[in-house]
Design a protein around this ligand. Structure first.
Ligand code: PLP
Length: 380
């Protein structure tokens, strides 16, 4: 332990952006005057409109969190009850939970060793007469192989939904990632680059979904006399929409700071043997949500878990996203597709990945300090 390198206060993997309190207060005054607190108010409408241009998509429907948004996406697509949805185990539990809450069955497909997203070459071996959809996750903002997935979906008449929780402003060759598939979900949780404290949205090309989602988000209520669907309460309130509007003004500044921090990490860690830095592929813009390294135990000399523990001694709290795999969790572990033989790559990758702190307030000096700690850990 090199105590001179220990951070005085805990350094977590992220820290939220926060708008100017004075500006927030001004907006609250407008809300106080209108007494319109929720149920599709002006701030809500304004945020949806602004997000359509920021995310470069045709339609945005915002929700009170990403999970409810994803739940509603699978609902609006009208997949046959009991049908199978092919997905990845290398994700946050919300992904398979949304499938299961819709009375659909998750089928886990292995991931690609390079992108760590669902392995498109493995998807078809899971397709059968019960399959209704593919739910891919652009993990850490690395896009799934959307072209191949679209081809497979066409061939077998499947719907495609993307969990784009990590992808705020990710673009593929200049196109918003939310234009892929039938529908994409973005999370605006406080841990994300852009947030509304809790929140999320769906993006989609087919404008016919807009009205259906509007009803589904509000208990299925169409008007005072009609409830047309089994809806949920997925509405974002006006206070959170305000935070969103104000955070839209500052997230780019945060992104610039994160880009500088990322450069420091890359510069200092790229030559450390046993560490592989995860990059987005060429043509893709990095959403700057995560800085991920993969630790090769034999070459580095220590396991990922050992590095994770040792970093804690220095007050650095990294995260092992995504370990364990969703297929290992109690509700899913007995599924045939959860077997280790079906998921050899995911079971290897889960032991390698480590997310290091990435937030503007860390500064490049903070990132350099973390790199130094990692180098000392390696040589100790
Ligand atoms: C991949 C992924 N999907 C879904 C979610 C859930 O989003 P929310 O927290 O907005 O409900 C998260 C985490 O926040 C996530 O990382």
């Amino acid at each position: 332990m090199h105590s001179e390198l220990k951070f005085e206060k805990p350094v977590y993997v992220t820290s939220p952006i926060l708008p100017d309190l004075g500006k927030f207060n001004d907006m609250l005054r407008a809300i106080w005057a209108s007494k319109w607190l929720t149920n599709h108010g002006n701030m809500h409408a304004e945020l949806e409109k602004r997000l359509e241009s920021v995310l470069k998509v045709k339609n945005v429907s915002i929700f009170n969190n990403g999970t409810i948004a994803l739940l509603t996406a699978l609902k609006v697509l009208d997949l046959p009850p009991g049908s199978e949805v092919i997905t990845t185990p290398f994700t946050f539990p919300a992904t398979p939970h949304c499938i299961t809450w819709n009375h659909l069955k998750p089928v886990f497909c292995d991931i690609s060793a390079e992108s760590m997203t669902i392995d498109a070459d493995m998807i078809e071996r899971h397709v059968n007469s019960q399959t209704s959809a593919i739910l891919g996750v652009h993990v850490y903002g690395i896009p799934c192989d959307t072209e191949k997935i679209e081809m497979i979906a066409k061939r077998h008449n499947l719907k495609v939904v993307y969990d784009a929780a990590h992808c705020f402003t990710t673009e593929i060759n200049g196109a918003g990632i939310g234009t892929c598939g039938d529908m994409s979900m973005f999370s605006f949780h406080a841990t994300k680059l852009f947030h509304t404290v809790e929140g999320g949205c769906l993006t989609y090309d087919n404008s016919e979904y807009r009205e259906k989602l509007y009803f589904l988000r509000n208990f299925g209520i169409k008007n005072e006399d009609e409830v047309v669907d089994i809806g949920i309460n997925g509405k974002m309130n006006e206070l959170q929409a305000c935070i969103g509007l104000l955070n839209l003004e500052i997230f780019e500044e945060e992104k610039r700071k994160r880009i500088a921090i990322r450069s420091t990490y890359v510069e200092q860690l790229q030559t450390v043997s046993g560490i592989r830095i995860v990059h987005v592929p060429e043509g893709v813009t990095d959403s700057m949500g995560y800085f991920v390294i993969r630790i090769h135990e034999d070459t580095f000399g220590l396991s990922r878990d050992a590095v994770y523990q040792k970093l804690k001694e220095y007050n650095v709290f990294s995260r092992k996203y995504f370990y364990p795999l969703c297929s290992e969790y109690e509700p899913y572990k007995s599924l045939p597709s959860s077997s280790e033989e079906n998921l050899p790559v995911a079971n290897r990758v889960k032991r390698e990945v480590l997310c290091l702190p990435l937030f503007g307030g860390l500064g490049t000096a903070g990132a350099a300090q973390i790199c130094e700690i990692i180098k000392r850990i390696r040589n100790s």
